[in-house]
Design a binder for this molecule. Structure first.
Ligand SMILES: C[S@@+](CC[C@H](N)C(=O)[O-])C[C@H]1O[C@@H](n2cnc3c(N)ncnc32)[C@H](O)[C@@H]1O
Length: 490
């Protein structure tokens, strides 16, 4: 049963992901809901199926599942993005886990869990699930009239949770005014956009007059968090299923499914990389107004780019997860500016504590020791503490967040910097400081002549920086391959 009112913080029951194990039982749903029955047919093996390429079928399935499992009334107009519930539920449950882990402490005295859904869409799916399953309160933003009107309708048709959800229009003019009023914020959208003509907005071909220097792909669109979050507001988390694509052609809308999705929902200039980069940049300004900032990411290459960016901005923690649905993977990315709690419960920061790669095609004069020495200088360049053991062919590294930042941004410290950092690492007995250090071991083994295996192992999984391990190891791989591996036949 959905909760009737806001649940107090700490009284949250862990919810069950209804979609994690079994696929939907079309037979049962068809017999319970006559409006769904016409969409169910039986394949030659006798299994009940629906036609995933029929938008009406996927929308009706979503409608009956929300009604059946969550007692939610729901509808969207033709062509609007129809959410797949397993994937949306996974995201909600992941945030539930982040909040429950308590690694990032609660801010202020807020009694109820409060989330911000960036781009709630006509379907308003995250607030509806979060409020009905967990009693969370939400501010849900969007920019298009259809999304705002329809999400409002979806909220109102569920009176038992309607008081928990505020639908908030993103006003272009309001944020522009803020940026002109001298708070130093850059404005990158144009006056004609104030009219609210989002289609012309999406079609604008020139880049905006002020580009984001730091993003490879720049976002020029309506405000996202800055200018939408009100003065003094505090949130436990934000979440976002961003417009993933740069063009509607790129969206290519999976021919095997019909989940709708208009250009306004699926596309933004610069795609998800630019959109999430803007969320990150807004978070740098809003800092501790949110306990966790999160976003869904559609491409693994963007995930790597965004994580490196985050460390560069001095976040205290980065957490990722993979959401797998059928053959499609999406990733969850979370970060915070709040220092992690002392003596936190073990927290599953990375899936793998051991990674490896091979160095192939090595010249005869290059041995395992040369590779270890190169790894040693790689980590020393950022002033991490390194201990090379040439007898056992391994290198032990201890790095603080500043070292990880520097390595991920490829910035080495100067000699003075090295002394300060090393001194800090070696002299500190502070348990909190020790707990927040990343400890790695790099070992090198000969496999066959000309091929070495480099193995990296995380020595302490429960460390706030352990999320940096795969990224650092990837950087090391690039560094060693560039130095030792032959490019091709000479
Ligand atoms: C991919 S849809 C996600 C809809 C819904 N949250 C879901 O998961 O199905 C992206 C949504 O973001 C909205 N959007 C685009 N730019 C925005 C902005 N600057 N602020 C708020 N919403 C925005 C779009 O109108 C669209 O509804």
């Amino acid at each position: 049963m959905p909760s009737k009112k806001k649940r107090k913080r700490g009284l949250e029951k862990r919810s069950i992901n209804k979609y994690s194990e079994k696929p939907a039982d079309f037979d049962k749903l068809g017999s319970l809901y006559p409006t769904f029955q016409p969409y169910v047919f039986y394949s030659s093996d006798g299994r009940p199926r629906i036609d995933w390429t029929d938008f009406n079928a996927t929308r009706e399935l979503t409608r009956v599942l929300l009604l059946h499992h969550h007692a939610l009334n729901w509808w969207i107009p033709d062509g609007q993005l129809c959410p797949t519930l397993p994937n949306r539920s996974n995201y909600i449950h992941w945030i539930e886990d982040l909040l429950a882990s308590d690694i990032i402490p609660v801010i202020g005295t807020q009694v109820h869990v409060k989330g911000f859904d960036i781009g709630t869409g006509a379907n308003c799916i995250y607030p509806l699930l979060g409020a009905s399953l967990l009693g969370w309160t939400f501010v849900a933003s969007d920019v298009t009239d259809v999304a705002l009107e329809c999400s409002e309708k979806n909220v109102k048709s569920n009176p038992h949770i309607s008081e928990l959800i505020e639908i908030r229009r993103v006003h272009f003019e309001e944020a522009k005014h803020k940026s002109e009023s001298g708070n130093g914020e850059k404005s990158d959208f144009r006056r004609e956009m104030v009219s609210g003509n989002l289609d012309s907005f999406h079609m604008q071909s020139e880049p905006a007059s002020i580009e984001l220097e730091s993003s490879a792909k720049s976002y020029h669109g309506p405000p996202i968090l800055l200018g939408v979050v009100k003065e003094g507001e505090r949130f436990d988390f934000c979440m976002c299923n961003p417009p993933f694509f740069e063009t509607i052609d790129e969206a290519g809308l999976n021919p095997k499914t019909a989940c709708g999705g208009t250009p306004n929902e699926m596309v933004c200039p610069g795609g998800e990389q630019a959109f999430i980069t803007r969320i990150i940049e807004d978070s740098v300004q809003l800092k501790q107004s949110f306990r966790w900032y999160t976003s869904m990411v559609g491409r693994k290459s963007n995930l790597k780019y965004l994580i490196a960016k985050l460390w560069g901005f001095g976040v205290t923690i980065v957490k990722t997860t993979e959401f797998v649905q059928g053959r499609t993977s999406r990733w969850g990315l979370a970060w915070s500016f709040i220092p992690p709690k002392r003596n936190t419960v073990p927290f599953n920061m990375v899936e793998k504590t051991s990674l490896n790669f091979s160095l192939e095609g090595l010249e005869r004069q290059h041995s395992a020791i040369n590779v270890l020495q190169s790894a040693n200088s790689f980590f020393c360049s950022c002033s991490a503490s390194c201990k090379l053991d040439v007898n056992s062919f391994h290198l032990d590294i201890i790095a603080a967040s500043g070292h990880c930042d520097a390595l991920l941004r490829s910035e080495a410290q100067n000699e003075n910097g090295l002394a300060v950092w090393k001194g800090e690492l070696e002299s500190s007995n502070d348990s909190e400081h020790q707990e927040s250090l990343l400890r790695l071991r790099i070992s090198v083994f000969q496999q066959i002549p000309g091929t070495l295996l480099v193995k990296g192992s995380l020595q302490q999984r429960e460390c706030a920086l352990s999320g940096a391990f795969p990224l650092l190891f990837q950087k090391l791989e690039d560094h060693l391959k560039a130095e030792f591996c032959r490019k091709g036949p000479k």
